[in-house]
Each structure stands twice: as C-alpha cells, then as structure tokens.
Design a protein around this ligand. Structure first.
Ligand SMILES: [Mn+2]
Length: 466
C-alpha cells in the first residue's frame, strides 16, 4: 500500500501563499507597527473546539479570532501576539501554552512551548522568533509598558459610533481582554488614556484584500457556484427545504475543508420574507419561489451568495417581472461601485431603481403591492473578508469612500405581497426575492466574483430544465 503523507495544516493557515506565508504575515505585522507605532497586545480566541466547548464542533474548522488570524495565520486557541515597534530586543512576541502531548493524542498537533523541539516547531511554522509561555504574559507586558516612553498600550476590540456616541461590543473575548489590560494599567499607575484601540488602523490594512485573498475568494465562489448549479439541476426531486439545503451544503463541503461561511437560508414561498429564516424544514410546492442564501469558505475568505428561483423551474409572469426589477437594481449597484464611492451612495442607487421599477413597471401594468417595510428592507452591501460580515460591526464604514481591494456584497431584495393580472391570468403571492453577488472594488469599477453563478431568468430556467 502506498503511504500518503498527512499534513496537520489545521493549526496554520498559509492563506494560499505557501512558501511566502511567513513573509506575508510578517509584512502585515510590520505595516501595523508602522501605522500604530505603539506597544500592542492582541489576543486570539481563548477557547477552541474541544470537549469543554462541544458547541464549537458545529462551527467552522477555522475558528481563530480574525484579527490575530490575519496577523499570524495561527488557527489555535489561547494565543496572544505582542508587537513592540520601538523595542531593540524583539519587536514581536508570540505567547502560546505549553506543549501538551496528551491533548495532541486526542486533538492533533498544537503549538506549545516547554522543550526545544516544540519551540522550534512554532518558530519555523510561524516565522516568529520570540515565542514564550503564555503564563509570562502579564510580566512581559508590564516590563515592556514601563520601558515605553509613550506610556500607551494598544489592543483590539470592537468599538464604533452609534448615534454619535462611542459604543463597544462587550460580550466577546476581545473586550474581556481589553478589560484585563485596563485593570493591569491601573495597577501600574498608567495615565487614564493609556489604553488605545488598534481597530481603525487594523481594518484599514485588513479590508483591502491582497492577491492571495482575492484568489481564495474566487475559489470560494467557484465551489459555491458549482454546488448551486448541480443543485438546481436536481431541484425537481426535492420535497422540502432541508433536502435542498443538504444537497447544496454537501456539494460545497465535498470541495472545501474550511466549512460553510454561515448557516444557509433555504426559504420557500412566504418563508422567503423572513430575512434570516433558518428553520429550513418546510415542504416546498410547485408554483412557489425559493430563496437560498449560502456560501463556502476557502482558506479564510468567504462566499456569500443568494439566488431566488421558481420551484417549478419556470417563473410565472409576475415572478419574472418582480425578479427582473430586483436584478435591475443589482446591476445598477454593480455599475456604480468603484473606489471613492460610499456604500450609502450604493444604497441610494439600488433602492431608487427598485422602487421606481415597482411603480413604473408593476403598478404601471395594474399591479398592487404591500411591502413589510418602508423604502428599504436592508442595506444593499456589507464588507466581507476574513469574516463573512467584516469591518466594524457598527458599520461606520457605510459613509466612508470605498477603497480598491474592498470586497462587498451586492444584495438587493424585495419582500411583500403582490397582486396583478397578466395575460388574462390573476397572480396573488407573498414573495421574497434577493439576489446577492460579491464584488471586489477597483479604481475604475469592480470585479464581480459571482459572475460565474447563473442568475438571469434565461440561465436559471435553462439549468432547471436539466
Ligand atoms: Mn450578505
């Protein structure tokens, strides 16, 4: 029998850069040090998928806190990174736990310190020379902080503005860590404003994707699109929502070990008007529309796709009319998207086209409708990257001019009750339609990474015919 070498890559994500991975992560850390120019400590997620957190098994195999994943590629819990741009001893220190061979017997390779061989392993995989036991964390930070002339210490937590007031996400490990640092700083009699947040500078560097990220994002689109196409061809055999879900997720997971981008939304008929429908267990009936929001990860990049299509394989005239109104809004956004434009402006373009289409085309043809919202059901775009929803969670970026390399979603939708008489037939349906692509912003416009995934009425009907 031929022996196939097994790799233990779950511990380190090279991001598709292969031999250049160490340099890629070092460049990112150097750029952050240059920009922030302060002593920084950033924590990873404290717990991983193990016996104590069984729930985590249900989640993605890539579970690291994205801010530290971006800077190190290390997919392991209980890791802290210290950056000290002014230090003459070492500008970067990685803190990890002790090597635990019993735990490795159960869970596979994990970085650790405690003996020469283990230390060498962490150094050679990550390219970080100064690796210490996480037990030394407090002492090392104290020593570095007291030496620091600026008397400042920076870390990462989610903070933004809501109605002009500063607000933080206080329920995650980043905030817990920040609070711990704040406590230490008080003990060390630091100035009141000593603790700084690297979030703005961090996102400025992280959000524009590099060429590896873009290649990974493309790969995620290819796998997601291939899964969707084969599912559409087989759609006639599905009796309920979970069969469609199981099929498309199975196809995607067969082609990527990195997990789903998020739990799929598979909504038939009126269920599609619930924006975050995740029950996915209702029977599906001919004549209804389907809405599916799904996607796979590749490395640390995510696909976030939505397609709407008729269960029967053929749009009825009202469905087709409404679908094309939404599609027109989406194409208008794609046309308007480029560096310098804000997402707020994209929203204005999108919903104006859709509301105008509804009035002129639908009402113009005698249609009546009732939406469950005023003007806009949701935003047309969110940032994407290391997370499916990336960037500051308070979305202060909506007002910022977009930068070349940003990845955003383009997801107009229409949800409500519609009634019309067309070609001598009455139509009366509660419908949810959303069409979502992912765009990478460039100086002159954008690249639609999802253009390989069918969405025109003609393409969809052709695929469903088999
Ligand atoms: Mn989305």
């Amino acid at each position: 029998m031929k022996t196939i070498k097994k790799t233990h890559s779950g511990i380190f994500r090279d991001g598709g850069a292969g031999a250049y991975a160490k340099r890629r992560y070092r460049d990112r850390r150097n750029k952050l040090m240059e920009k922030e120019n302060s002593l920084m400590v950033i924590t990873g997620v404290p717990y991983g998928p193990s016996g104590k957190t069984v729930w985590a098994y249900a989640h993605s195999p890539t579970y690291q806190e994205p801010s530290i994943m971006y800077l190190t590629g290390i997919n392991q819990n209980n890791v802290v990174l210290l950056l000290d741009p002014k230090s003459k001893v070492s500008t970067e220190i990685l803190f990890v736990g002790r090597k635990d061979r019993i735990m490795e017997f159960w869970e596979g390779v994990r970085f650790g310190v405690g003996d020469k061989e283990s230390l060498k392993e962490v150094q050679s995989v990550t390219g970080i020379k100064d690796v210490r036991d996480i037990e030394e964390l407090k002492d090392v930070i104290e020593e570095r902080f007291l030496k620091n002339k600026k008397r400042s210490l920076a870390t990462f937590w989610y903070e933004g503005l809501r109605k002009g007031k500063k607000i933080s996400i206080t329920s995650d490990h980043n905030y817990d860590f920040k609070q711990k640092l704040a406590g230490w700083l008080r003990k060390w009699r630091a100035p009141k404003d000593a603790l700084k947040n690297i979030m703005p500078n961090h996102f400025e560097l992280r959000l524009p994707l590099d060429k590896y990220d873009i290649a990974n994002a493309r790969k995620a689109q290819e796998i997601t699109g291939a899964g969707f196409k084969v599912m559409l061809k087989n759609f006639g055999s599905f009796k309920n929502e979970c069969q469609a879900q199981g099929f498309v997720e199975g196809r995607m997971l067969m082609n990527s070990p990195y997990g789903l981008s998020y739990p799929s939304i598979v909504a038939s008929g009126t269920n599609a008007t619930t924006l975050h429908y995740m029950k996915n267990d209702d029977p599906i009936a001919k004549g209804e529309m389907m809405l599916m929001d799904f996607g796979i990860r590749w490395m640390t990049m995510h696909a976030d796709i939505t397609r709407s299509f008729p269960v029967s394989g053929k749009f009825n005239p009202m469905q087709k009319m409404l679908y094309e109104i939404v599609l027109k809004g989406q194409l208008a956004v794609e046309k308007a998207a480029r560096a310098g434009v804000t997402i707020e402006e994209l929203n204005d373009v999108c919903w104006a086209v859709i509301n105008d289409g509804l009035e002129k085309k639908f009402v113009g043809a005698g249609g009546k409708y009732k939406l469950r919202y005023k003007d806009r059901p949701h935003g047309v775009s969110h940032l994407m990257g290391e997370q499916e929803h990336d960037g500051d969670p308070f979305r202060n970026y909506l007002k910022q001019p977009m930068k070349s390399g940003w990845m955003i979603s383009n997801e107009p939708g229409l949800y409500g009750k519609f009634k019309i008489r067309l070609d001598g037939k009455n139509y009366d349906e509660t419908i949810g339609i959303r069409i979502e692509d992912n765009l990478v912003i460039t100086q002159k416009g954008c690249m639609n990474l999802s253009s390989i995934i069918p969405k025109s009425v003609r393409e969809i009907e052709k695929l469903m015919k088999g």
